[in-house]
Design a protein around this ligand. Structure first.
Ligand SMILES: NC(=O)c1ccc[n+]([C@@H]2O[C@H](COP(=O)([O-])OP(=O)(O)OC[C@H]3O[C@@H](n4cnc5c(N)ncnc54)[C@H](OP(=O)(O)O)[C@@H]3O)[C@@H](O)[C@H]2O)c1
Length: 336
């Protein structure tokens, strides 16, 4: 078989803050063959995640920073093209940390096989993958929402946020989204079925807008942004409120982090809790969660919006777009 060309997006320089296209290069080489215990996967879709800003920075993190000249770390979904691994066959659909490249070789560590043959592969990076799992575990296991409670979510039209809002509705809650721009507000109300949506970009008084959208106060806050948006939500937390710290997309820099209002007063007076989590610590929940998410997608209760960029060459600039709010729904790159 002739050598296959493997294009890779490699980190060229460490960004000051949000990675830009010029921080990466696309380099072509020859695709590696799998050895015993390994398989080769042809990536079909590459994930674009806000966390990649952290992965290429030297800010304190849960993973070492991507090294200069290393392939960009990312989740990807693809098809097994060669296997010397007893657990994987040619043709298997898989999701894993395969990186921004055409082909990857894996030993199967932290790889998930895609079960739902009837559902699009790209969804297993979004609503049926990292995003849906994060929404499911964060909202249900940590937020513990009760029917009739008000659940507020920031980045409400994004990959994680749109799942949080819809799962909250499935569980009988009032769902309120915070997002940027009238197009996303319309989408939140029309497609993701939020009970109310607030546009933080045009609202002069976020406190009043939230009060109007949440007349019974806020019981659960799924925080994707941190920053000023979250400060406003915390002011309207109900007694016994739960805050799920998922992301910090609104912070202009990760390190040193900007300071803001102190939260202790809210937590004490409202007897509230605030808990951060990383979805990768919850693998024991994945099978149940994916089965539920697949069922909701098939039943039409969980609608998935994807923001698909076409061509590997789109990848280097794709993270910056997330931080401009260009994406509606889960952003992925279709490799070919
Ligand atoms: N803890 C975990 O294990 C875990 C796992 C996955 C994801 N996450 C986090 O979950 C959050 C959502 O991830 P996602 O993949 O679904 O991304 P996403 O919401 O699809 O995209 C990011 C969104 O962030 C918002 N944003 C960007 N800059 C902002 C700013 N300056 N102020 C306010 N909002 C801003 C934009 O939405 P608007 O246009 O609405 O502002 C943008 O669309 C991220 O913070 C991510 O890091 C955490």
């Amino acid at each position: 078989m002739p050598d296959q060309i493997n294009r890779q997006v490699r980190l060229k320089s460490r960004p000051q803050n949000v990675p830009q296209a010029e921080n990466s290069d696309i380099v072509s080489g020859v695709c590696a063959d799998p050895r015993d215990g390994q398989f080769q996967v042809r990536n079909e879709f590459l994930s674009v995640d806000p966390a990649m800003r952290l992965w290429v920075s030297e800010a304190p993190s849960y993973l070492p920073p991507v090294a200069i000249n290393e392939v960009m770390r990312s989740f990807a979904a693809g098809i097994v093209t060669a296997s010397r691994h007893p657990g994987y066959e040619v043709g298997d659909r898989v999701v894993g940390m395969f990186g921004w490249q055409d082909f990857a070789v894996s030993d199967g560590s932290a790889v998930q096989k895609v079960r739902g043959a009837d559902l699009p592969l790209s969804l297993y990076l979004g609503a049926l993958g990292l995003n849906g799992l994060t929404a499911y575990v964060g909202l249900l296991d940590i937020g513990d929402p009760k029917p009739g409670e008000t659940v507020v979510v920031s980045s409400a039209a994004g990959g994680v946020g749109s799942c949080v809002g819809q799962i909250a509705k499935i569980k009988g809650c009032r769902s309120v989204g915070i997002t940027g721009g009238h197009r996303k507000v319309d989408l939140c109300l029309g497609e993701f079925k939020y009970d109310a949506a607030v546009d933080y970009k045009i609202t002069a008084d976020l406190d009043s807008a939230l009060k109007e959208a949440c007349p019974r106060g806020i019981d659960v806050y799924f925080d994707n942004t941190a920053g000023a948006i979250s400060d406003a939500v915390l002011r309207q937390l109900n007694v016994g409120g739960r805050v799920i710290c998922c992301g910090r997309a609104s912070l202009p820099q990760l390190y040193p982090p900007p300071t803001g209002p102190r939260v202790e007063g809210h937590l004490i007076v409202k007897r509230a809790s605030m808990r951060g989590f990383l979805i990768t610590d919850h693998r024991q929940r994945f099978d149940t969660a994916v089965a539920d998410l697949e069922g909701w997608v098939r039943g039409g209760n969980l609608r998935c919006r994807e923001d698909i960029l076409v061509g590997l060459e789109q990848a280097p600039g794709a993270i910056a777009g997330l931080y401009r709010g260009d994406n509606v729904g889960k952003r992925v790159v279709r490799v070919r």
